[in-house]
Ligand binder design. Sequence first.
Ligand code: GDG
Length: 457
Amino acid sequence: MSRLVVVSNRVGPIKDSGRAGGLAVALVDTLKAMGGVWFGWSGEVSDEGTFGPLQQEKQRNVLLQQIDITPADYEEFYIGYANRTLWPVLHYRLDLADFDRRFEDGYRRVNERFAARLGPEIREDDIVWVHDYHFFGLGAQLRAMDVHNPIAFFLHVPFPAPEILAALPNADALVRRMLAYDLVGFQTERDASNFRRFIIEELQGEDLGGGRVKAVGRVVHARAYPIGIDAEAYSQAAYSPDARRHIARVEKLLDGRHQIIGVDRIDYSKGLPERFRAFERLLEDYPENRGLVSLMQVAPPSRSELDAYADIRRELEGLAGHINGRFADLDWTPIRFLTRSFPRRSLAGIYRASKVGLVTPLRDGMNLVAKEYIAAQRAEDPGVLVLSRFAGAAERMTEALIVNPHSSEEVAAALQTALTMPLEERRERWQAMFDRLCVEDAKAWANTLLKDLRAAV
Ligand code: GDG
């Protein structure tokens, strides 16, 4: 039987520690079922970098393989091209993008070095699956080393419209390198169609129909494979002792009041300042909520070495202080802004104790928080999801209250609708979304993509 070789920037953990994110869970299940290798960056920086030892650890039938990168790789590839160039461009933020030739060179170098280390590990029958924007060019580098195995690529973040991506210097070369993959998977139909349009409009390619495009003598399958979560397991996690403890903590704190919950890494793509302003607008436009409804925002810091991320944290602290100062009462705090993380099961409990899930990114590949919030709800008395139209999740979660996150007025109105929605309507909307999440789950995501890859080659 063929092994699966997964490549992603960060690797593992393979054990279900209760802390792993949705992506790790999906990949771990698939890796365990097929047996295989998970290859990526160790998270460490050393002088030898990619030339250093291959760090290997076997966990059950999965071999974890990791390598270091050098301080220059870290600056140019990781902080530079991945986080300061690609991340903003892919999230439609050309205003925040840093175009620096050194970053681009560092990115190419690291993709080449990762291929050089991975190539010799690949066996004849292996299937290779590369993940995310750190490794757009890895497939082409593997092909250059005469690796002829089936190789799939999946992009976890949006693939922007060609009009946006064309602003990235050498975007055409980057996308041309993606043609080395046999299959390229995206979160949404829109992303897949943006990619095909780029191939046709910018690379003079040809649309072969059925999601296939042809350019520079290569045919590639480009389709949507919306990532799922393990909805049933997540739903059960919301009944775990840890979750129950957190439900009790939140209920005690609320004392019969309602809570709106947001959970996001601190990142400008997540629309957090806009969200705080929309909550302020709710208190202005619907004053009956004053003293009765609060917003809890869980926001673990991420990429804090980047200025843009430090700025946004400061902005949020200022906004929360302003809104609390304006509206708080002796026994009521409007916004609770928690810049820390919680174990996965605790989070499931916090979701379940919250009447509204507020997920309003300005751009998001999918957004797993929207799915987790739904999975964590009680069937008898579920909460309501308010979801940005710019999250990939909105394409399939059509029973959520879909909003434009840039309009505080619209988000405030949706919050008011959510807070006053009759039980029967809440149950109908929730049931439709939960049923779909159980079918389109993490396993189905991986299985469908790998099945199409096999069919494609
Ligand atoms: C990228 C794409 C795409 C958050 N806080 C805590 C915590 N989390 C977990 C959530 C969720 C995950 O982190 C975040 O996933 P998202 O999908 O919301 O967002 P990104 O991190 O930006 O992920 C995104 C995803 O890849 C998968 O393809 O959906 O669009 O940007 O699982 O629960 N987990 C714990 N404590 C926290 O405090 N344990």
